[in-house]
Design a protein around this ligand. Structure first.
Ligand code: HBI
Length: 97
């Protein structure tokens, strides 16, 4: 069972995650990615989906045209775990930082 990160560890990890912030009122992290167009946005989602499937850790996300709003939390732990930090880092790499 993966454990929730203590608040301090979550804040430290978040400080190194460009563009991500805490969700107010919920133990989760979020970033909205904006791309050049829908094609780029969906290409990002396609690549991120493959990483999510491979790591068995899935985002909560919403796509409107060229934006992708992502929320990450570990449902089994009811909060942010190392798996969320890893997926956020992978998403940043896919999106080009
Ligand atoms: N994704 N974000 C997230 N949180 C989970 O707890 C989770 C998941 N993807 C798959 C998954 N858990 C499975 O391991 C469990 O549903 C069995």
């Amino acid at each position: 069972m993966v454990e929730r990160l203590p608040a301090e560890a979550r804040r430290t990890a978040l400080a190194k995650l460009k563009g991500w912030s805490e969700v107010s009122g919920r133990d989760a992290i979020t970033r909205t990615f904006t791309f050049r167009d829908f094609n780029e946005a969906f290409g990002f989602m396609t690549r991120a989906a493959l990483v999510a499937e491979k790591s068995d850790h899935h985002p909560e996300w919403r796509n409107v045209y060229k934006t992708v709003e992502v929320v990450l939390a570990t449902h089994d732990a009811d909060g942010v775990t190392a798996r969320d930090i890893a997926l956020a880092e992978a998403m940043n790499k896919i999106a080009g930082g």
